[in-house]
Design a binder for this molecule. Structure first.
Ligand code: COA
Length: 706
């Protein structure tokens, strides 16, 4: 068995020492001790303070070593310059977890001190939460070891937060939002424990129905993706990430790098892993409350019931915006709602029970929807009218919620009485609002979660089969030769060899060292040909004027040769030119781009989108964290507009999407398996009609350090 403590002991400790506990009510060391005491923690509490005595009626120890019992958590609340010595004492005492509240480490550039503490903890099998955190609350452990609010409502939402101040504010907000917490963990600098460790525990924690994460930066993205894929199969994970709109956070030696604005990649990867990204704290809270209290849908057939046509249309629009599928089985809707809808109402979705609808008409319609298995969820809307008795509204809503077999959400618009009704029902955790968009947004999150659970395949046998076709030993040989020549960039012929080893089809080509060879090769390949510069110093060939297409005869070969050399010398006078590639001129097809790169924070990331020279202007690209299966590769393709071209736009034939997904998986495998390759990119990948394959026209491969 490993000596590394089980993360369960962090959430369900049997004992806690508070190092820096203080008798001064203004100090954080006092607040934390007080919160632990009043939270009803039934384990042992050991305040530690050099002054000894007692604090809040508890015997206070002068040093941690003095305590004669096992300590699961040492919560450290002393100034940063004292923390290292205290951690050494905790190591002697064989403490399992250090919850380091103290600020003044890597967040202010003090990396060295943080690294020293992490090293001692590692050597002594201690795990660190923090530093720079406000602590941890766990309803299962009956412990509130934070300096946030005292009276936390226990419940089924777990929050992991990287921001301290926002985290404490969110703790306060749970009270006004009537949202019960199963856990609240501040992760601060994430020097050791990060969101992935916590998710591993929360995934199995029966008290937790939904998880909210506030993230600022990612350190182990690949591990996060792996864990998220598992967690989101069991419970919804809602993510709020700060730092939107920042582009180009990733290094930009290739299109894949420069297009990968960290935020877009993060969003795509979250979606891939089934996590649902909220735009704001407000939205995240709405979703959490909804998930915590709602039934689980059995499908994607939502019905809207309304007494007003306008609000019904607004809700239908909102459903489209949030990707909520509305039921279109007219026969079923006619059958079940005809009793509740007058002849001048509508039995098409939205079901319009009309402005004359009374409370009992609503009751009939809601019951009918609840009892019909083909309906998976219900949006119930209402506008205030003289015939709709607002006093009775809460009763019928509560009634239906008590017997609900599926998710319901309510949106009612009107005067004071309606607003009071909303406030009253919200207190009972009924999902009701006066904004149809808010209601539809909850269903959007629910639908995304449903699709993740039921449609994500994670069938990795696909990749294994593709892996077998590829010759990785050969790829390793090619790149080590390049490395031995102190280059971080493969020349065209070397990249072609990698493609050959990866069974990726390329146009016929040869590298000419002079005009005579160029003419000879063009003749053997067959006119027309494409001519491209081969130089280790020129990555963006077109930008350098290093590519000429449609060269039709030997005279044109002569002139193109000279022109390319001149252009490239003008572009970069000291560029070393190894020759000019003479390549088969391919027939037209759809030009796409496929790229893969190893990102420091996110691990292997694969990109697909619209190819050609305008990729960075069009930015029609999407990303995924590798590994993923063929189904996910297809989802990646479908997320782009290029997909419409591949499906056969304007009467054209459908293109070979299977081969495209093959290429996507192949490039993912290359960056994942070949340690020294940092970037690989095919642009354009010219895709032909279904069954006719695709050809990698230009390939760029970069090695670590490029
Ligand atoms: N072991 C135990 N207790 C010790 C100690 C030791 N080695 N050395 C000092 N102490 C005691 C002090 O005597 C003091 O107790 P007292 O009030 O009885 O005198 C107590 O620990 C706290 O030390 P003090 O020097 O008064 O520090 P402080 O309370 O002013 O500040 C921190 C300590 C940790 C709160 C502060 O350094 C800090 O980091 N603040 C920011 C916290 C934060 O914002 N975290 C992130 C939130 S998101």
């Amino acid at each position: 068995m490993s000596d590394v403590p089980d993360i369960k002991d962090l959430f369900e400790p049997k004992s806690i020492a508070i190092v820096g506990a203080s008798g001064n009510p203004d100090k954080i060391g006092y607040k934390i001790l007080e919160n632990v005491v009043v939270s009803g923690f039934n384990g042992k509490i050991f305040p530690v303070n050099p002054k000894g005595g007692d604090i809040l009626g508890l015997k206070t120890y002068v040093t941690i070593e003095e305590i004669n019992e096992e300590i699961d958590i040492a919560c450290i609340v002393i100034p940063s310059q004292l923390v290292y010595d205290s951690v050494l004492s905790c190591a002697k005492k064989k403490v399992k977890f250090l919850v380091i509240i103290t600020s003044g480490f890597s967040e202010v550039g003090n990396h060295e001190l943080e690294a020293k503490i992490v090293a001692v903890a590692k050597e002594n099998n201690m795990r660190i939460l923090g530093p720079n955190i406000f602590g941890i609350y766990s309803s299962r452990g009956h412990i509130n070891a934070t300096f946030g609010q005292k009276d936390i409502l226990p419940g089924s939402v777990a929050i992991i937060t990287q921001s301290g101040a926002l985290g404490i504010a969110m703790m306060g907000k749970t009270k006004t939002a009537n949202m019960g917490l199963s856990a609240m963990v501040s992760i601060g600098n994430k020097s050791d424990i990060d969101e992935t460790d916590l998710l591993e525990y929360l995934m199995h924690c029966e008290d937790t129905k939904v998880i909210m994460m506030y993230i600022e930066g990612i350190k182990r993205g690949n591990r996060l993706a792996g864990i998220l894929k598992q967690v989101t199969r069991k419970k919804p994970v809602i993510v709020i990430k700060a730092g939107k709109s920042k582009r180009g956070a990733l290094a930009a030696a290739s299109h894949t790098g420069s297009l990968a604005g960290a935020d877009e990649v993060f969003s795509d990867i979250m979606r891939q892993c089934g996590a649902i990204r909220a735009e704001s704290v407000e939205e995240a809270f709405d979703w959490c409350n909804f998930f915590a209290n709602s039934k689980i849908p059995n499908g994607e057939n939502t019905v809207i019931i309304t007494n007003g046509g306008g609000i019904g249309v607004m809700a239908a629009d909102a459903c489209e915006k949030f990707n909520v599928s509305l039921m279109d089985d007219i026969d079923t809707m006619k059958r079940i709602f005809s009793n509740a809808v007058p002849s001048f109402g509508s039995l098409k979705n939205p079901i319009d029970i009309t402005g004359q609808a009374t409370i009992s008409d609503y009751e009939k319609a809601l019951d009918a929807a609840n009892n019909e298995d083909k309906i998976s969820s219900v949006i119930c809307l209402g506008c205030e009218t003289a015939v709709l008795d607002a006093d009775k509204l809460p009763i019928i809503i509560e009634n239906i919620m008590q017997k609900a077999k599926k998710p319901f959400v309510f949106s009612f618009i009107g005067g004071v009485k309606f607003d009071e009704c909303i406030v009253q029902l919200k207190k009972k955790n009924i999902p009701i609002t006066n904004d149809v968009y808010e209601a539809a947004s909850c269903f959007g999150a629910m639908s995304a979660n449903y699709r993740n659970i039921h449609k994500r395949t994670d069938n990795y046998s696909d990749i294994k089969a593709i892996d077998k076709q590829m010759d990785f030993e050969k790829i390793e040989r090619i790149v080590s030769k390049v490395k031995s020549e102190n280059r971080n960039f493969l020349l065209a012929n070397e990249a072609s060899q990698v493609m050959e080893a990866g069974k990726i089809s390329m146009p016929k080509s040869k590298i000419a060292k002079n005009t005579e060879e160029a003419v000879e090769y063009a003749g053997s390949i067959g006119y027309p040909v494409v001519m491209k510069i081969v130089s280790k110093d020129i990555i963006h060939k077109s930008d350098a004027g290093g590519v000429i297409v449609g060269v039709k005869n030997s005279d044109e070969v002569y002139s193109a040769y000279g022109k390319i050399i001149d252009n490239c010398k003008n572009y970069k006078a000291d560029a070393v030119i190894s020759g000019i590639e003479i390549a088969e001129m391919l027939r037209p097809g759809v030009e796409s781009i496929v790229g893969a790169r190893k990102d420091k924070a996110l691990g292997p990331v694969v990109m697909f989108g619209l190819g050609g020279v305008y990729v960075e202007i069009m930015k029609d690209v999407s990303f995924r964290s590798f590994p993923f299966d063929r189904q996910e590769a297809l989802e990646l393709v479908k997320e782009t507009k290029t997909h419409m071209l591949l499906e056969g736009a304007r009467g054209e034939k459908k293109k070979d999407i299977d081969v495209v997904t093959d290429m996507i998986l192949k490039l993912g495998l290359i960056v994942e398996k070949v340690a020294v390759i940092s970037d690989i990119e095919i642009n354009p990948l010219r895709v032909y009609d279904e069954g006719e394959g695709a050809k990698a026209i230009d390939v760029r491969i970069l090695l670590n350090g490029a």
